[in-house]
Design a protein around this ligand. Structure first.
Ligand code: C2E
Ligand code: MG
Ligand code: MG
Ligand code: MG
Length: 284
C-alpha cells in the first residue's frame, strides 16, 4: 500500500502513509463506544457440519460497518479493542446477540448451538462466569447452546488463570473449543485436564491440503491428538472438495468453510437453520 504511493517526493508520501495509519488507528479506538450505542456492529453466522453434512452449530463472526471507514475487518479492530476493556463490552455484546438469535430459534422450535470467540482478556476476568450465566438466563438458554472458542495462544499466555476460569465454566456446563490450534504451543499435559470439547484446526493447515501432497502431517497429528484426548476435531477454512474428502477420510468430525457455507447474515442464517431439508446440504 505504501510502496504504491512512492514516486517523486516519496519521503513525504511515506510520512503521509504512516500518518494515515495512525489516524485510522485513532479513529478506530475512538469509535468503539459510539459503535456499540449506534448498532454499527452485527453478526454473521457460519454453519458447521458433521460428516453426514448435517448442521451441528454455527460460529458467530463480528462485523463492523463504520460510518466513515466502511467495513472494518475484525482482524484489524479486535486486536485494537483488546488493548483496553473495550473488548469486554464488545465480547458481552456478541454473547448477548448470539443468545438473542438462539432464543429466536428455540421459540420457533429449533435447538441449535452458536460458537462465540472469547478474548483472553475477557475470560480471565473474575466476573466472566457470572456475566455469561446472567446473559444465558436472561434469554432462557442452557449453557450447552454456547460453545466458547478461545485461541490456543490465549490458553498458553496465562495458563493458570485461564485454566481456573475454564474449570469453573466447565462445572457450570459450558464447553470449549480451542481455536487456531497448531499455531500456539500448548502443553499436552494441560490439554488433558481442561474441559475442552474440540480442537479447531487452523485454516492455515487446512490450506496445505492439496492434491500435490499425499499426506499433510500437521493436520493428521491434530486429528490424532484430538482423538487421543477424547475430544472432536473441527476443520475451518475448507474451500474445496479435495480438502473435505481428505479431512473426512482422516476422521475429522466437524467441518466449516466456504465450501460448505459462507458466513450468513442473520435472516439468511435463520432460514437456513430452520429449514431442515436445507440444513442437510446436498453433498455425496
Ligand atoms: P477465527 O475465529 O479463526 O474465524 C475464522 C475466520 O475464517 C473468519 O474470518 C471466517 O470468515 C473465515 N473463514 C471461514 N471460512 C473460510 C474459508 O473457507 N476460507 C477462508 N479464506 N476464510 C474462511 P473473520 O470473520 O474475518 O474473522 C477473523 C478473526 O477475527 C476470527 O478468526 C477471530 O479470531 C476474530 N473474530 C471474529 N469475530 C470475533 C468476535 O466476535 N470476537 C472476537 N474476540 N474475535 C472475533
Ligand atoms: Mg473462531
Ligand atoms: Mg480459527
Ligand atoms: Mg483464525
Amino acid at each position: 500500500k505504501r510502496a504504491k504511493k512512492q514516486g517523486p517526493g516519496s519521503v513525504l508520501t511515506l510520512d503521509n502513509a504512516a500518518f494515515e495509519d495512525y489516524n485510522r488507528y485513532n479513529t478506530i479506538t475512538h469509535s468503539f463506544q459510539r459503535a456499540l450505542q449506534n448498532n454499527e456492529f452485527y453478526l454473521m453466522l457460519q454453519p458447521q457440519f458433521n460428516a453426514s453434512n448435517e448442521v451441528i452449530g454455527s460460529e458467530a463472526l463480528i462485523r463492523w460497518e463504520h460510518p466513515e471507514l466502511g467495513m472494518v475487518s475484525p482482524v484489524e479492530f479486535i486486536p485494537v479493542a483488546e488493548e483496553s476493556d473495550t473488548i469486554i463490552d464488545i465480547g458481552n455484546w456478541v454473547i448477548n446477540e448470539a443468545c438473542r438469535l438462539l432464543h429466536e430459534c428455540e421459540q420457533l422450535g429449533k435447538h441449535t448451538r452458536i460458537a462465540v470467540n472469547i478474548s483472553g482478556r475477557h475470560i480471565v476476568r473474575a466476573d466472566f462466569a457470572e456475566t455469561i450465566t446472567q446473559l444465558i438466563e436472561k434469554w432462557g438458554l442452557a449453557p450447552d447452546t454456547l460453545m466458547l472458542e478461545i485461541t490456543e495462544t490465549t490458553l498458553v499466555s496465562s495458563i493458570d488463570l485461564v485454566r481456573e476460569r475454564m474449570e469453573k465454566l466447565g462445572e457450570l456446563g459450558f464447553s470449549f473449543s480451542i481455536d487456531d490450534f497448531g499455531t500456539g504451543y500448548s502443553s499436552l499435559s494441560y490439554l488433558k485436564e481442561l474441559p475442552i470439547s474440540e480442537l479447531k484446526i487452523d485454516r492455515y493447515f487446512v490450506d496445505e491440503i492439496n492434491f500435490h501432497d499425499d499426506e499433510v502431517p500437521i493436520v493428521n497429528s491434530i486429528i490424532d491428538l484430538a482423538h487421543a484426548l477424547g475430544v472432536s476435531s473441527v476443520a475451518e477454512g475448507i474451500e474445496n472438495e479435495f480438502q473435505r474428502k481428505y479431512l473426512r477420510q482422516r476422521g475429522c468430525e466437524y467441518f466449516q468453510g466456504y465450501f460448505y457455507s459462507r458466513p450468513l447474515p442473520e435472516k439468511a442464517w435463520r432460514d437456513f437453520i430452520m429449514n431442515s431439508s436445507l440444513s442437510k446440504i446436498d453433498l455425496d
